[in-house]
Design a protein around this ligand. Structure first.
Ligand code: 13P
Length: 261
């Protein structure tokens, strides 16, 4: 890894925050962000607040993302948002294939693949989520499930595309439950993912790949998770809704990262 990667700390606000609430939260994060300037911070508000958050972060190093997109640039797709629209609104990043979208909105590995290609066409950085259910974990299927998801969605892409993708391992049983993966559990899966990348694309691409962990990340567990070799940062839900806890996680991640460089 060579210390070239900065910790990536992304806050997925999910379906929380009105425009005015989003402005206040973004302003607080911007105010505190100089303390954690050696991390890459990404704010991912709901669609309605993207433009407002973008205004607030202008002039700072913070990036802004969206939680989903549709793969066409325009057309008769009522209720969908295109990569062109996200770009214009100021997004640099987009989450694709979050387990909540897979569970409630019929997202599949195939739609994930199409969305990733659409994002890349418009220079949006896709954050592609992968993760197993509790049942799959208990049956010992975690690694095959993750491998299959990645093969069906992103591993069919050429290296020049794959290199631009951020991956996020989010065990479904850890999302919003307060039950985070142990550092060993996260590392087992994330080192497995890095090895798959090395097999498919070679060691250099694997070393540079950014693999985030998500699922009940809090200030008090972020140091030990980030200490693991293959945890490059976090995708945070609940704890990203308060500036103090979001920035505290970034602070802990930087501290752990400094120790493993
Ligand atoms: P929580 O941090 O609330 O568990 O959510 C994780 C998540 O789904 C981030 O995308």
């Amino acid at each position: 890894m060579g210390g070239l990667k900065k910790p990536v700390i992304a806050g997925n606000w999910k379906m929380h925050k009105t425009i005015s609430e989003a402005r206040i939260l973004a302003e607080e994060v911007v105010r505190k962000s100089p303390e954690v300037s050696t991390a890459t911070l990404i704010l991912i508000p709901p669609f309605t607040a993207i433009a407002e958050v973008k205004k607030v972060v202008a002039g700072s190093q913070l990036l802004v993302g969206a939680q989903n997109l549709f793969w066409e640039d325009q057309g008769p797709f009522t209720g969908e948002i295109s990569p062109v629209q996200l770009k214009e609104a100021g997004c640099q990043v987009v989450i694709i294939g979050h387990s909540e979208r897979r569970q409630h909105f019929g997202e599949t590995d195939e739609t994930v693949r199409k969305k990733v290609l659409a994002a890349l066409r418009h220079d949006l950085i896709p954050v592609v989520c992968t993760g197993e259910t509790l049942e799959q974990r208990e049956k010992g299927q975690t690694l095959p499930v993750i491998k299959n998801q990645l093969e069906q969605s992103v591993f069919s892409m050429e290296a020049d595309k794959f290199e631009k993708i951020i991956l996020a391992y989010e065990p479904i049983w850890a999302i919003g439950t307060g039950r985070h993966a142990t550092p060993e559990q996260a590392e087992e899966v994330q080192s497995f993912i890095r090895n798959l990348i090395a097999e498919r694309y070679g060691k250099i691409v694997a070393d540079y790949a950014i693999i985030l962990y998500g699922g009940s990340v809090k200030p008090d567990n972020s140091f030990s998770l980030m200490k693991e070799k293959d945890v490059d940062g976090f995708l945070i839900g609940g704890a990203s809704l308060e500036a103090e806890s979001f920035v505290a996680i970034a602070r802990e991640a930087i501290r752990a990262y400094e120790g493993k460089k």
